[in-house]
Design a protein. Structure first.
Length: 313
């Protein structure tokens, strides 16, 4: 659970840091902690996993159950019984003024749900995404969103013709150009640009730097330097700046502050709940009522469901 929370924290902080050729947020925790996926939407340990892949079909994607689950059953399996408990969907539906418009947030929203593969099937995930989109924006816009979902999943499972060889740089651009072209063929120019332009720019910068003969930049697949007890904040920031630049280091520092505040408030909520459970003069209903009042006073509305789940209220 903590690793999933760290992943969400990392995605918000760096945003543009990617492993070459489209692996978003390369430094966040891998699915080894129930949070990663093979393919263009997931991190790899070394930074080369995705570029060398010939297909983006995650393990277990084809093992659909005999009986399809309802949206509520999928929601219960993931958010109450599974690894999504205590989390909120990341990304965005990309809907403004009752209109769906290309933005990178929809890819992040899709990838959030795709993290549930292995716990449920891709068919079940699609059922859930459609239901969530329908509840958020109604049937017409949900249909448009799901059309993009189908195109994105087609891209996610595409059998790439060109093969990547890390030791042979002459193979890199063929892989890059094929992926760039297929993205636009399947998604259309506007959605491909929204979903992948930043990834493509990062790869080109990386490739051009290597071609120039300059030393390669630090491997973005390495974990992001994190603050921890006993670490020198100045040294941590200097390492982040050297690896990612000033702007990303600033976002990471802001994420550190937000995370520390969240953990402080969550610890306070746990302490309060233990106190209320030990108050013999209160009934169970009164304890929960008082705890809900505490949560309402110390957490934003979009945080409250997560706190309740973490405290098992």
């Amino acid at each position: 659970m903590k690793m999933r929370a760290m992943q969400m924290r990392g995605w918000m902080a760096v945003g543009g840091l990617v492993i070459v050729l489209g692996v978003t947020v390369a430094w966040m925790a891998h699915r080894g902690s129930a949070d990663g996926q093979a393919g263009s939407g997931a991190p790899g340990a070394s930074g080369w996993n995705m570029i060398g892949a010939t297909s983006e079909t995650p393990a277990g994607a084809g093992s659909a159950p005999a009986v399809a689950m309802t949206p509520d059953q999928v929601r219960n399996r993931l958010f109450k019984e599974g690894s999504f408990a205590g989390t909120e969907p990341s990304g965005d539906w990309c809907v403004a003024a009752a209109k769906l418009s290309p933005c990178p947030g929809l890819r992040k929203r899709f990838e959030y749900y795709i993290l549930g593969l292995g716990e449920v099937s891709i068919t079940d995930i699609k059922t859930l995404v459609a239901d969530e989109a329908r509840k958020a924006h109604g049937e017409p816009l949900a249909s448009q969103i799901m059309a993009i979902w189908d195109q994105y999943w087609q891209l996610r499972t595409y059998a790439w013709r060109n093969k990547f060889d890390q030791s042979d740089r002459s193979t890199w651009m063929a892989v890059f150009e094929e992926q760039k072209a297929v993205r636009r063929q399947i998604l259309g120019a506007d959605w491909a640009k929204a979903f992948f332009e930043q990834d493509e720019q990062h790869f080109k910068q990386y490739y051009d730097q290597l071609e120039s003969g300059l030393p390669p930049p630090p491997d973005p697949g390495e974990p992001v330097p994190q603050m921890a007890p006993g670490k020198d904040p100045v040294a941590v920031r200097a390492e982040r700046v050297a690896r990612y630049g000033e702007a990303a280091a600033d976002r990471l520092a802001k994420a550190d502050e937000e995370w520390a505040d969240w953990e402080r408030r969550l610890a306070g909520a746990r302490t309060e709940w233990e106190r209320l459970k030990g108050a013999s003069n209160l009934s169970d209903a009164q304890r929960k009522q008082d705890m809900q009042a505490y949560i309402n006073g110390n957490f934003k509305p979009d945080e409250q469901a997560r706190v309740q789940a973490l405290l098992h209220l």
